[in-house]
Ligand binder design. Structure first.
Ligand code: F0G
Length: 445
């Protein structure tokens, strides 16, 4: 492939403050995570951004036919949608993205729908949607000449950052809440070579700590407040639309934790609409776990002026065990812009929905199953119609949290409240003697 193919997609890019009253602008190469003027969140912005929608759709489709490394990435294939770099020299790809749309008739029936499609981000190289953003965050770290990168994580971000940083020759430093992430995720961080600190505090407390330490220790932060991670996660939506031949669904449903993904999906939808790549914006439905649902409470509050953090968030879906989501102002804007909704679901609802997704032969980690539980609740309330066209995003792989699964199927899952969860769709393994007759009798029952 000629070099010229790689030169497409550069744009003037800036960081802009997300606060409507501020909108201060900064160079794309400044190492900042919040607006230095007002403290607001930052996002990448491309002044004068235009495209030829038909030509771009054709180009993106053609790229699927080549074996060039950037084109094999489900993120960088869509680089014109995330044009923050001025050179592609810094890209390290593990061929992230490329995640399937899966029809799930069983899950649709469970929710009371005619049909339901999952976009399964668990098919990513480290098993979660974080890889879409991390390849971009690490590219920016390399561009800035950073040597060390860090994140606070409920597990998936640390697994992803560890992999991409090590692949790029950077030093990954991971901060995780001690005893509160699944073993599969911790194992990944160790195996990918991250310096791993298990801090005796919860996610929100550690994030505040690390934000204060980042400048002092000269480390580049790769949490979802990093605007370049958000750019990468936008491609989940771009790829979804490409796979659907640019026909937007009625709803896109996703779990909400720190709300980076909600911010990314909303930004992607707005931009695709502005660029003329889609004609209407689907509604976003964000689902939280009941014990960690500050965004849902904000949504239900009269004025929606300020988020009240949950001091001690609790859920077995540890990925979304977050009480003080930093990206809430962006997420609120995006849910409102898409005429979306926010809902919360119980531990039992998540566990049962997860087993139903498993029975479709698909499977996911607990946080991801909040989507199906939320859809079922929104369907029952009449918010979602039975014939709606819905894509639910499964954010993480089934194997991330095998302890939870074994607990559910063998009746040993206890919610943080102390409530014992029912194994509604439990599937107990059976211990049998090494005797053909007994085994045959068992299976002939
Ligand atoms: N689903 C999974 C599997 C996650 O790992 C996360 C977040 C979410 C959903 C929520 O996404 O934060 O963008 O609203 N995990 C982060 C982590 C916080 O550290 O891995 P969000």
């Amino acid at each position: 492939m000629g070099q010229s193919q790689y030169n497409q997609g550069f744009m003037p890019a800036e960081l802009v403050c997300f606060e409507p009253k501020c909108r201060a602008r900064f160079a794309i190469t400044e190492v900042i995570y919040n607006c230095p003027r007002c403290g607001g969140l930052l996002e990448a912005d491309y002044p004068g951004w235009k495209c030829d929608p038909a030509a771009l759709k054709r180009l993106w489709r053609q790229r699927r036919l080549t074996n060039a490394p950037l084109e094999e990435s489900g993120v960088w294939r869509y680089r014109e949608a995330i044009p923050f770099l001025d050179s592609y020299d810094h890209i390290v790809t593990l061929k992230e993205g490329n995640t399937p749309l899966l029809e799930a008739p069983g899950a649709a029936a469970y929710a009371g729908l005619d049909r339901l499609t999952f976009k399964h981000q668990g098919f990513n190289p480290t098993g979660s949607f974080k890889d879409n953003g991390m390849t971009c965050g690490v590219a920016q770290a390399l561009r800035l000449g950073m040597r060390r990168v860090a994140c606070v994580s409920t597990g998936n971000t640390s697994a992803s950052m560890a992999a991409y940083a090590s692949a790029a020759g950077l030093v990954p430093v991971v901060f995780i809440p001690h005893g509160n992430i699944s073993f599969g995720k911790l194992a990944q961080a160790l195996e990918y070579g991250a310096r791993t600190l298990q801090v005796e505090a919860n996610f929100d407390q550690i994030l505040a700590l690390v934000r204060a330490l980042a400048a002092r220790l000269g480390i580049y932060l790769l949490n979802s407040i990093n605007p370049f991670r958000i750019e990468g996660q936008k491609t989940i939506i771009v790829e979804m639309m490409d796979q659907r031949d640019w026909n937007p669904p009625d709803w896109i449903v996703l779990p909400g934790g720190n709300l980076g993904n909600t911010s990314a999906f909303g930004k992607a939808l707005r931009e695709l609409r502005q660029l003329g790549l889609i004609e209407r914006v689907p509604r976003l439905a964000v689902i939280q776990a009941e014990g960690a649902a500050p965004f849902c409470e904000l949504w239900r509050s009269a004025d929606r002026a300020a988020l009240h953090a949950v001091a001690h968030p609790e859920t077995l879906a540890t990925a979304i065990k977050i009480g003080d989501p930093v990206s809430w102002p962006k997420a609120l804007y995006e849910v409102l812009s898409s005429r979306g909704v926010v809902e919360k679901v119980s531990e039992q609802e998540i566990a049962d929905a997860k087993a139903q997704i498993g029975r479709c032969g698909i499977g996911c980690e607990p946080a991801s199953a909040a989507t199906l539980a939320g859809i079922r609740k929104l369907r029952a309330a009449g918010v979602i119609a039975a014939d709606a066209d819905i894509v639910a995003v499964l954010t993480g792989n089934l194997l991330k949290d095998p302890d939870y699964i074994y607990g559910y199927h063998t009746g040993g899952l206890t919610a943080p409240s102390g409530e014992k969860l029912r194994s509604t769709y439990g599937n107990q393994p059976v211990v049998v003697p090494n005797e053909a007759e007994r085994i045959a009798a068992l299976l002939e029952e």
